[in-house]
Every structure is written in structure tokens, then in C-alpha cells.
Design a protein around this ligand. Structure first.
Ligand SMILES: [Zn+2]
Length: 421
């Protein structure tokens, strides 16, 4: 047994205990605090957030039927992960990053293995957002990439002040936030797990759009640390990135709201890993508060669902503040432009007389390719659909200059073509 020898030592001992106890408690998320701090200097941010909220509620009122009739069309989000590291351990592996993408794809489609049992009262309101994520295959210059940047830094510890988002402050600059979801992974100080920027700030501050996650809380393999070792920090933060609020409405009383109709009113955040029905001052009856929600503060193993109402909000954002990324075409293997430039895709001969060969088309999820040919007046003079490399007959086309487009949902290339008879 350890005995304190003097009141002073006893005092230091107690102090150490308190400090140690505090440092063991992680701060799950500082998104709301970052927003409030930013709004002190930019009061317009509050108005923009209110305007977006109003637009979202309007969208939901108009589009609620879509959800009732089934899920929305699939939206694929190209992701770039910026790994910013001061030590080797922070330079997380490709496999750890991949485990995070897989987690996101399960959680956002309500196909996570740990989803609620069908007998649970919240099961029927669990939502499938039909949003999927890919590590982008095309960088902002049109070159191929694995969707990961790696930057050595002399900054030993980042905070939620956005320094990690700028090369000038020891981080890495964002890629165009209208085309990519930027995720920075770094050593976050202050026991903070992560933070995000709301979509209402995208237009005014695209350079800091995205989410930041501590390297120990990203993905579900490698150097992750329990109980935040299943990749749910990113699920939560991307929820904010799509304008979800904390489920208790960031106000520790029953008047705070997350602006979602199907989440129970909740007094404050839930930590740890509860089980069974948990009630509070705002929701006193079974099935109680929804501590199983990704937008609460429970451990990774204990948050397992978005609601249909939250899914509506996310989908609304893609028709309002984040509409550009919805059509960002950066998840397919490579662009037609770079394929042509690298001579991997060949369209010949050019000039052509009767038969044109198309060789080296990429494999895409969309399968078949459409071919349209336009004359100098912009009139479509030829159209066909092909499934793979082929030779097409040009016998009906007269001498002249044409523009040919080969495309599907994942791929497009445009080529000038001269026909000589
Ligand atoms: Zn949060």
C-alpha cells in the first residue's frame, strides 16, 4: 500500500489522479463548438445555417413520398484521405483507410452486421441513405490516384483550428470540395476524436470543408484504439458533413432539437455502451432515447443506426448545398482524357473513311457505352451502344469534321473526328 507522507504530497497525488481521470475521457466531437467559434467572427454563418435548415425542411415536405416509395437513387461520394503524420505510427496503412471506407458503406446503407434486431422498436425507422463512398481514382488534375495523400509534418499535435487543412500551417490543402469529400487523418490533441464542417459553410469556406479524424479512431484495423475502433467516428462526422445534428440537439434540456421528426427527444449525450431501454427527463417511456444512433456519443460498438428522418436530411443536402458532388464522376477507374493521353484508349484511324476502331475501353460499373457523333452544326448524326472494344461503320457519314462522345454513368470521353471519303 502506498502511504502519503505529507499533506502536500497528498494534494499532488489527488491532483494527478484528477488530471489522469480527465485525460481518460475522450471528446467525441467538437463540430458544434467549431461552428459556434467560427460564427463569432462570421455571424453570417448562423444565417446561412438557418437558411439551409429552412431549405431542407421544405425539401423534406416536398419529397417525403420518395422515401415512402422506396430509397433514393444511389449517390457515390469520391473521397480523398489526407494522412498528415509527424511519427510513423500516425502514417496509417492503406488497409486501415480501406477498412474505414468499408465501414462507411455498411453504415450509410444500413447493412452493418451489428444493426438492430428486427424485433427492436427502432428497427423499422432505421434508414438506408443509399450513399456510398469510394477512394477517388482521379485527382484534381485528371491523373489517376489511389485517393490517399501522405504529408510529413513538424506539427506534433493538431487541434480543431483547421491548421491540418492547409499546407501553410503544416497540413495538406483540400481538393475541390465540390468534387470530393476531404478527410484529414492526423494526431489530434486534446483527446479529441474528430470534427466536421457543416454544408452551410461550403460556399463561403470550401478550403476547410470536410472532416478531421484522429489517426487512432479512423477505420477498424491497424492502430485503432478501443472503444473507438470500429470507424464510427467518421460515420458520425460525415453525418455532420451532411448536416445532421447531435441527437440531443446540443442543448442539455428538452427544448434542444436535432430537427429530425423520428428521433426521440433526448436531454443530453449518451456515453459508454448502455443496453436495454434508457429513458431520461425528455423521453420517459419505452422505447426510450435512441442511444444507438450514430449521432449520439456512445462507443463505436454501440452506435448502429441512422433514422429515416436523418436519411431524408442527408438526401436533401445533395439537392441543395452539396449538389455538385452528387454528379462528381471521380470514382471510376480513370478518365477518358487521361486514357487517351496515355495512349491506352485508341480511336483510329483519324481521319477515317469507313470503319473506326475503338480499343482500350475501361471496365466500368455501368457496363455498356453510348456513342454519339455530332456534325459541325451540333446535330446528332449517329448514335449506337456498345459493350466493349469494337469497330463501328461510318459509311453513312459524309466528308467533314465531327465530334464523337463515348460515355456511360462512370466514364466519358470526347474526340474530334475527321471523315474523308
Ligand atoms: Zn458530433
Amino acid at each position: 500500500m502506498f502511504l502519503f507522507k505529507s499533506p502536500f504530497v497528498l494534494f499532488v497525488g489527488i491532483l494527478l489522479h484528477i488530471v489522469t481521470g480527465l485525460s481518460a475521457d475522450k471528446i467525441r466531437c467538437s463540430t458544434a463548438e467549431v461552428f459556434k467559434r467560427n460564427a463569432l467572427n462570421h455571424p453570417d454563418a448562423i444565417l446561412r445555417k438557418q437558411q439551409l435548415e429552412s431549405d431542407i425542411q421544405h425539401w423534406i415536405a416536398q419529397n417525403a413520398a420518395k422515401r415512402e416509395n422506396g430509397i433514393q437513387a444511389m449517390i457515390t461520394i469520391p473521397v480523398v484521405v489526407h494522412v498528415v503524420y509527424g511519427k510513423d505510427v500516425q502514417n496509417i496503412s492503406d488497409a486501415q483507410i480501406q477498412s474505414q471506407i468499408e465501414r462507411l458503406n455498411k453504415d450509410f446503407s444500413n447493412s452493418n452486421a451489428d444493426k438492430l434486431h428486427s424485433s427492436h422498436p427502432f428497427f423499422t425507422i432505421s434508414g438506408n441513405s443509399n450513399i456510398e463512398f469510394c477512394l477517388t481514382r482521379i485527382d484534381p488534375n485528371g491523373n489517376s490516384t489511389n485517393g490517399i495523400t501522405r504529408t510529413a509534418t513538424t506539427v506534433s499535435e493538431f487541434s480543431d483550428n483547421n491548421d491540418v487543412k492547409f499546407a501553410a500551417s503544416g497540413g495538406e490543402d483540400a481538393w475541390d470540395a465540390r468534387q470530393y469529400l476531404n478527410i484529414w487523418v492526423c494526431n489530434l490533441g486534446g483527446d479529441l476524436l474528430g470534427y466536421a464542417q457543416f454544408p452551410s459553410d461550403l460556399a463561403s469556406a470550401p478550403e476547410s470543408d470536410g472532416v478531421v479524424i484522429g489517426y487512432q479512431y479512423f477505420g477498424s484495423s491497424g492502430v485503432v484504439e478501443a472503444p473507438y475502433d470500429l470507424g464510427r467516428t467518421a460515420t458520425h462526422e460525415i453525418g455532420h458533413w451532411l448536416n445532421l445534428e447531435h441527437i440531443w440537439g446540443d442543448d442539455d434540456n428538452c427544448s434542444g432539437s436535432d430537427n429530425v421528426s423520428d428521433t426521440p427527444n433526448q436531454e443530453t449525450e449518451t456515453t459508454g455502451c448502455p443496453s436495454g431501454v434508457r429513458t431520461d427527463n425528455c423521453t420517459g417511456n419505452s422505447p426510450g432515447v435512441m442511444y444507438q444512433n450514430y449521432m449520439d456519443y456512445t462507443d463505436d460498438a454501440c452506435m448502429v443506426m441512422f433514422t429515416k428522418g436523418q436519411v431524408d436530411r442527408m438526401n436533401a443536402v445533395f439537392d441543395i448545398a452539396r449538389s455538385a458532388i452528387k454528379t462528381s464522376n471521380k470514382c471510376s477507374g480513370t478518365t477518358g482524357v487521361s486514357l487517351l493521353a496515355n495512349n491506352k484508349l485508341k480511336i483510329y484511324p483519324n481521319p477515317v473513311q469507313n470503319y473506326l476502331t475503338i480499343e482500350g475501353l475501361p471496365k466500368t460499373r455501368s457496363g455498356n457505352f453510348n456513342i454519339d457523333i455530332f456534325n459541325a452544326l451540333g446535330q446528332k448524326v449517329y448514335t449506337t451502344e456498345i459493350s466493349s472494344d469494337t469497330m463501328i461503320e461510318m459509311t453513312d457519314l459524309k466528308t467533314g469534321t465531327y465530334v464523337m462522345t463515348i460515355y456511360n454513368d462512370d466514364f466519358t470521353v470526347t474526340q474530334k473526328l475527321t471523315v474523308l471519303k
